[in-house]
Design a protein around this ligand. Sequence first.
Ligand SMILES: Cc1cc2nc3c(=O)[nH]c(=O)nc-3n(C[C@H](O)[C@H](O)[C@H](O)COP(=O)(O)O)c2cc1C
Length: 188
Amino acid sequence: MNILGISGTPRKGGNSEILLNAAMEPFAENGWKVTKILLSEKIINCCTGCEACCKTKKCFINDEMNEIYDALDKCDALIISAPAYYRNVPAQLKAVMDRTFAVREKFPLKGKLGGAICVGRGQSGGQCIVLNIIHNYYLSCGMLCVPGELNGVSAVADKPGDILNQPQRLEQARILGRNILKHIKDVR
Ligand SMILES: Cc1cc2nc3c(=O)[nH]c(=O)nc-3n(C[C@H](O)[C@H](O)[C@H](O)COP(=O)(O)O)c2cc1C
């Protein structure tokens, strides 16, 4: 079994990456293969809207998205962790979401389980909006959304690593991972 974690922040070692690491821990403990993709290390071009993929079923852009297509195919469950950027997902993550339009008819994520994590600096910084955006993406892909303690993990942190001072929030990320492990037995 293979869990894929995508860290949507362009900032290396950011809070969302740290929360993602916590969410992955239960999978490693249960013998799953853990695959992590850090968008801070990738250059993913934006969808150009050419819709050539409607005929070819693949994207004409040849870049690091190829690795992500492959990882989406191979995973059994997916967790996306992202910071709030203007109460939205960062552009790097939106580019990944849009580029999966090219493979939508292959349904690489259909029936798979998905969890979402968002961190922002504000108490009401749009974390719930970002969680909705990720969950709506999952639903568009035919996925099943798995909650954490609440409807996804919502955290408040600013400087890189600030989240390490919040053990309760890190535990909520682990709970999200454990919930996916629990529910995957029901859908298999
Ligand atoms: C371009 C930009 C936009 C941001 N917009 C928001 C926002 O709308 N709401 C919020 O709470 N924080 C916002 N922030 C703060 C980040 O979400 C916050 O610093 C977060 O901890 C960054 O996560 P990371 O460490 O994973 O990169 C923004 C930061 C940047 C750079």
